[in-house]
Design a protein around this ligand. Sequence first.
Ligand code: C5P
Length: 411
Amino acid sequence: MKHLTNKRILLGVTGGIAAYKSAELVRRLQDQGASVRVVMTQAATEFITPLTMQALSGYPVHLNILDTETESVMGHIELARWADLILIAPASADFIARYNGGLGNDLLTTVCLAAECQIAIAPAMNQAMWSNNQTQANIRAIETSNVLLFGPESGLQACGEIGQGRLLDVDSLVQKVSQFFPSTILAGKKVLITAGPTREAIDPVRYISNHSSGKQGYAIAEAAVEAGAEVILISGPTNLTPPERIQTIDIISADDMLAAVLAELDGCDVFIGVAAVADFKPVAVAEQKIKKNSDQTVQSMRIELKENPDIIASVAKTQPRPFTVGFAAETENLTQYAKTKLKKKNLDMIIANNVADKAIGFNSENNATTIIWPTGEKVLPQMSKRNIASKIIQTIAEKLAAKTSPSDTNR
Ligand code: C5P
């Protein structure tokens, strides 16, 4: 089984003789299914060529912060956003000191400063440099700032000395990276997700819809697959490519979506309604294209609407019912409205997001949400929809596990 399928790992290589091992590390991470991009410091290029790392990773190696060409392909902010994990291997004493000092004086430190994902550091240096008080103070400081420390180990060093400071062997590094990703929290669970908008036909060429892009729902589907779940995605019309390893059922209207959901509900452990379902649909769909009125004095027309079925409320009424999670896209009184919906629709959890802010919500790459359940809430500040998705899936998995435990009081 590949433990790192779909995982994006940014490998930072700094200057040290152990840099030659990072070439093997790229291959071994790829063997586990990871996509690897490489950032090298100037000093690292003295030990191993960018060409080697480029040939192995299959992508241009990123070297300079002020390289306009590379920046236009994928700049430091994009690189930081792209990564699920940043692994610095080998990490020199100099890099560790600069990182701890909060410096951004080369591409790698700048990417680390801009990163919201986990950073892991695998130090490699001479044993005296490792036990030096300054290095040890830096290591203690970065450990308390939530950085993962992989190694170093003890043994014969390139300089001929024996002691602590060797880069952890490649097998152990790959194992530690795999352990970081919780690929099993939803193993064996069936998760049904709705995403995107619905379209409600007015006539054969016109419809009522909304601005939902489907991005957040698709990201949640991917995060659920990465957590080991069997995922079925029921999607309204979007411009997105159906994710690999996910059975996607395309629908158009809310009625179609309800029918597809009910057909797939059997044995479902979690239902996540991310779709922006149109609340209303025309009472009657004209068989032919509606013509403009030839009487120029009439400047308005009426389309009578009726309410669509509430898909998530229907799911919440079934018995036995899945752990049911809704979304509340609001433009004001965010958490208050979301809490009311949680109760009214009888949900286990609701994700409140503010769609009035253009930087987040519909169609943007980022989101900021609050996860609300009957006895608590968790605020997720602005981050990529992918990161939001994995945090939502993590919280769902925790609450689902707690729900199935009879002694649970957290609901
Ligand atoms: O009531 P409102 O549309 O704000 O509720 C949002 C939540 O309810 C979302 O999870 C959405 O997918 C779901 N919903 C639904 N069917 C509807 C309307 C909303 O499942 N007709």
